[in-house]
Design a protein around this ligand. Structure first.
Ligand code: MEV
Length: 316
């Protein structure tokens, strides 16, 4: 609650370091939170409702209303009017819908007078995420609710996923760059689902390999071996491209980051026509400076490991 008696809930955006898409098929993914995200605010009201931004299309309004309806039902419709704002680039594979779901869940649970653990928040947010994405793996909203680097796995059809917190003895620092407009996650995930249905064995082989990379990446983080983590990221990008999930714009940005000294670089999130690309660096500042000079939208973020005195998670 802030000084005006307004309830406040933050939902962090996320990056998937390793394992997007194969996580939908039950393999592990390594994902961590960004400092950027969605902030929801709740004021006492005689009706439980969400203030829907004017700029949204009728279809987006419908989905948002349905999603919020599921979350408010899960919290017994407390008397609260919820509004939100975000500093996360939207529809770029950085988990904006998961962050919105977590932010709303936090406010609804507070309004309902419930003391909520990260798992309680994740359970309410899950109601919204299913409305946004159809068949999400759950990695986005779980990372947002836990606010830690996690190795996440959810067996298809299972009620909920399992996550293990991955501790790092060294700072894991990323540059996050926007590389062109992206197709909606639902479309990219749906198109891959059709291909994997047709050539199931071949696609399952690649998913399995990506799952192994995610586990190897988690071990590399725990051992503080950033060179190994970078190599795993590079191999993961190659396999995502093999699955048809990259584009010339994403590939170009991956190579640009590697040429700037990234230990590893790959697309993150759903991929497709565009979206966000991440690069792992010992020192992110020179790459952020150079990319900004070249006209790209980018920011840096520390996902795990010891932080410098006074630093917040993921300075922009
Ligand atoms: C989207 O951020 C990540 C995907 O793996 C979809 C999902 O996990 O639901 C592409």
């Amino acid at each position: 609650m802030d000084s005006n008696n307004t309830l406040v809930g933050f939902g962090a955006g996320k990056v998937i370091l390793l394992g997007e898409h194969s996580v939908v098929y039950g393999y592990p993914a390594l994902a961590g939170p960004l400092s950027r995200g969605v902030t929801a605010r709740g004021e006492t009201s005689n009706k439980c409702q969400l203030v829907i931004p004017e700029a949204l299309t009728p279809e987006q309004r419908k989905v948002l209303k349905a999603a919020f309806g599921r979350a408010m039902a899960a919290c017994d419709e407390p008397g609260v009017r919820v509004s939100f704002n975000t500093d996360l680039p939207l529809s770029m594979g950085l988990g904006s819908s998961g962050a919105l779901s977590v932010a709303c869940a936090r406010v609804l649970l507070q309004a309902a007078g419930r003391k909520a653990s990260a798992m309680d928040v994740a359970n309410v947010a899950w109601e919204m995420e299913q409305e946004f994405h159809g068949t999400p793996s759950g990695v986005d909203h779980t990372t947002s609710a836990m606010e830690q680097l996690i190795l996440y796995r959810r067996k298809p059809g299972a009620e909920s996923g399992r996550s293990k917190v991955v501790e790092s003895p060294k700072p894991v620092r990323l540059v996050v760059v926007m590389a062109g407009a992206r197709s909606p996650t639902k479309t990219t995930v749906g198109a891959l689902r059709e291909r994997q249905k047709r050539w199931s064995e071949r696609y399952q082989r690649v998913f399995r390999e990506i799952g192994l990379l995610a586990s190897e990446g988690a071990e590399a983080v725990e051992e503080g071996d950033l060179e190994a983590l970078g190599d795993v990221m590079n191999v993961n990008h190659g396999l995502l491209a093999a699955l048809g999930l990259s584009s010339p714009g994403l590939d170009d940005m991956v190579h640009r980051l590697r040429n700037m000294g990234a230990l590893g670089a790959k697309l993150t999130g759903a991929g497709g026509d565009g979206g966000a690309v991440i690069g792992l660096f010992h020192d992110t500042a020179p790459a952020v400076h150079e990319l900004t000079r070249q006209g790209f939208r980018c920011f840096d973020s520390q996902l795990a490991g010891p932080r410098e005195e006074g630093a917040t998670r993921g300075a922009a």
